[in-house]
Every structure is written in structure tokens, then in C-alpha cells.
Design a binder for this molecule. Structure first.
Ligand SMILES: Cc1ncc(COP(=O)(O)O)c(C=O)c1O
Length: 383
């Protein structure tokens, strides 16, 4: 079945007691057991360990991503944390994309490093640098591709080979492209992680996360950490996310088409210094972006001539676009990563990986593209 059919139907069966077409929100703490001998005969005991509304979303996401197991979390960071805790012990080492989301960087450098886990931040867009960062104790390579906000891409298949050779697992943060455009598990990765907050919800309504594993064993390891640490998705969030997923491919296609038109507009604008969007032929990794994904997504960034001051003025004055953190929703958002999403990344590290002060990040939404371009044009006129 095609992706759009599966995003609607996978994981959902009519409610057996009422026939409700949507999986109900099972707002319950516990599940009554028939007897000691029949304990768990309906599959559920307590909502930290599993809930039917959350399960419906997990089945859908496992199907869409081509995995055998999925766990949903309270946030994307919950999903990343559980994945790292599942596969990294004290004394183990992980190689992480140096351009990974700022929260992933903070988790590694300020939290997990306190427990004796070692991290190397490598330029994963350079396969040789990944290979060179492997040590005897490397247990994980964590790649975010395309990365937020630089849009740097990493070769999932080549890095998966390096991970296999090192006996490490390869985890890919697939948030920016979703399984509609990119299938890391098919390309050789072991686990995909998502902030479902973004394109899966798609409506700025929730925060949530998910991990999808290629093997039962990896899925069970993540579930064990989830049940132990209690980082679960609530039934309401799972229900809303399930509804969001049903239109994901349609939103992604339209948002990506809008992003391409906007990137081309910005590229030709005299007040724009540089634009980065994987769909542009001028994008340095356009060939890789085209090879490993079936779409370019709806995230882009640009720098206004005049740097930070001009960029700030544009973000403060622009209409239609909303100044806010988050990405992937129907509303077009404009963000300054240096002061907003990536404020916890040290300045030197930000400069090193290309998160420059004047970087203006765009999360392109579903509005009429003429309105989005018109608003950018007007704001650029004023800087
Ligand atoms: C690529 C990526 N991964 C993970 C996260 C973390 O997700 P959440 O905010 O749902 O915890 C984000 C958040 O912006 C992100 O952009």
C-alpha cells in the first residue's frame, strides 16, 4: 500500500465496543485484570507501560518508517534520551553529528557526560571524519540529517556501514524529512528518532517524540528505559498526533513546494547574502540530498546582507511569518537559532559548525506561497 493510504489506516481498527472509527482517547491509569491467571490477557496493565491510544500511533509510525517496533515519548528529547540510555553505558562512546539539534548537544555535553559516557562531535557530512572518530569503545553513531538548522546532510548508508564495522548502532534523527521523504532504516540505520512535535503533529498542537527500531531487541531495550524512566506520551497527544499523521504526505509535499519557491526567490534577491535549501542546485550537498531522500523538506535558512542587525530587523518586522521556536507546522515560522533554539550551544562551537549569528531559519508552512514571498519581499525592503 502507498504511504498516504498507510498514514491514514495503519494502526487503526474500529473500536471493538462502539465501532468508533477513530481509536478513542483511553484516558485511564490502570487496566482491570480478569484474574491473576489471566493477567495481561488484554495486553495492558498500567498506562506508563502501555496505553491503547498511544499503541495505535506506535503501530502507525512503525509501519510508516518500516520498523518492527515503535515507542512514543512525551517529547522528541525524551525519545533521544531513552535511545542514548538504552545503548550507552558508562565508559562507552558515541559519535554525534556536530550540527545536531541544540537540545541533543546539551543532553550529551551537560547531562549524559556526567555519567561517564563519552561523546565526539564529528562533521558527519564527511564520512572519513566519522570513520576517524570511531574508538574501541564506540557503541553509537547518532546522525541528524538534514540537520537543524544548518541543513547539512549526512550519508546514512555510508555511516551505517561504518557503524556495522565498529559493532555500533546507527541512530538517525529523521525529524526534518519524516518517513515520507526519507527511510533511514531501509538505508541501513538501526533506529530512527523523531520529534513528533514537528511534521507528524503538523499543527503546533503538541510536543511528542518517537523511536522506531529495525530489531525487536533494540525496541525492547528502548521500551525498558522508557518504562523505567517514565518518559511516555499521553493519550491525548497520541490521539492528536495520529490525526496529524493522516495528512502528513500532503502537507509535506505542499510545504516543500512552497519552500522551493521561497528558496529560489531568496537566492535571486539582491539583499540576500546566502541561502541554504537542499533542493537548490547551489546547495553543496544537493546530489546526496537527492540520492537518499525523495523530497527536500520545508526547512531553509538564509543570511541577509548586513548580518545579524539586518536579520534581527527582518525577523522583528516581517508579517505573515511568526517569530517562534518550532518547525514543521502549517504556520510558517521564522526563528533566530543563535538566540532561540541553539542558545545552549557554545559560541565557538556554533561558529565552527556554521550556525552563524545572522542565520535566519525558515520553517515553511502551508499558507499561499505568494503571501509568504510577498511578506519576505516587504521585510527585505525595510532592512
Ligand atoms: C531535529 C530535532 N530533533 C529533536 C528535537 C527535540 O524535539 P522536542 O522539542 O519535541 O523535544 C528537535 C526540536 O526542535 C529537532 O528539531
Amino acid at each position: 500500500m502507498g504511504f498516504t493510504t498507510r498514514q491514514i489506516h495503519a494502526g487503526v481498527t474500529p473500536d471493538p465496543t462502539t465501532g468508533s472509527i477513530l481509536t478513542p482517547i483511553y484516558q485511564t491509569t490502570t487496566f482491570v485484570q480478569a484474574s491473576i491467571d489471566e493477567y495481561l490477557d488484554k495486553g495492558y496493565s498500567y498506562s506508563r507501560s502501555g496505553n491503547p491510544t498511544v499503541k495505535a500511533l506506535e503501530l502507525k509510525l512503525a509501519d510508516l518508517e518500516g520498523g518492527v517496533d515503535c515507542s512514543c515519548f512525551g517529547t522528541g528529547m525524551g525519545a533521544t534520551t531513552a535511545t542514548m540510555l538504552a545503548f550507552l553505558d558508562a565508559g562507552k562512546h558515541a559519535v554525534i553529528s556536530d550540527v545536531a539539534y541544540g537540545g541533543t548537544y546539551r543532553l550529551a555535553t551537560k547531562v549524559l557526560s556526567r555519567f561517564g559516557i563519552e561523546f565526539t562531535f564529528a562533521d558527519t557530512s564527511n564520512v572519513d571524519e566519522v570513520a576517524g572518530a570511531i574508538r574501541d569503545n564506540t557503541a553509537m553513531i547518532f546522525t541528524e540529517t538534514p540537520a537543524n538548522p544548518t541543513m547539512k546532510c549526512s550519508d546514512i548508508a555510508a555511516i551505517s556501514e561504518i557503524a556495522k564495522g565498529a559493532g555500533a548502532i546507527h541512530v538517525v534523527d529523521n525529524t526534518l524529512l519524516t518517513p515520507y521523504y526519507q527511510l533511514p532504516l531501509e538505508l541501513g540505520a538501526d533506529v530512527s528518532v523523531h520529534s513528533t512535535t514537528k511534521y507528524m503533529d503538523g499543527h503546533n498542537a503538541t510536543v511528542g517524540g518517537a523511536t522506531i527500531s529495525k530489531s525487536e531487541e533494540h525496541g525492547a531495550a528502548i521500551r525498558f528505559i522508557q518504562n523505567s524512566t517514565g518518559s511516555i506520551m499521553s493519550p491525548q497527544v497520541a490521539w492528536l498526533t495520529s490525526q496529524g499523521c493522516k495528512t502528513m504526505s500532503l502537507r509535506m509535499d505542499q510545504q516543500s513546494a512552497n519552500a522551493m519557491a521561497i528558496a529560489k526567490f531568496l537566492e535571486s534577491h539582491p539583499k540576500v547574502e546566502q541561502v541554504r535549501y537542499p533542493g537548490l542546485e547551489s546547495f553543496s550537498q544537493h546530489e546526496l540530498a537527492t540520492r537518499q531522500a525523495s523530497g527536500y523538506g520545508a526547512m531553509a535558512w538564509f543570511e541577509v546582507k548586513g548580518g545579524l542587525a539586518a536579520g534581527k530587523k527582518l525577523m522583528d518586522t516581517i508579517e505573515v511569518w511568526t517569530l517562534a521556536e518550532n518547525l514543521g507546522s502549517v504556520e510558517s515560522l521564522i526563528t533566530h537559532p543563535v538566540t532561540m533554539t541553539h542558545a545552549d550551544v557554545e559560541e565557538a562551537e556554533r561558529q565552527r559548525v556554521g550556525i552563524i549569528d545572522g542565520l535566519v531559519r525558515l520553517s515553511v508552512g502551508l499558507e499561499d506561497v505568494e503571501d509568504l514571498i510577498g511578506a519576505l519581499d516587504k521585510a527585505l525592503e525595510g532592512v
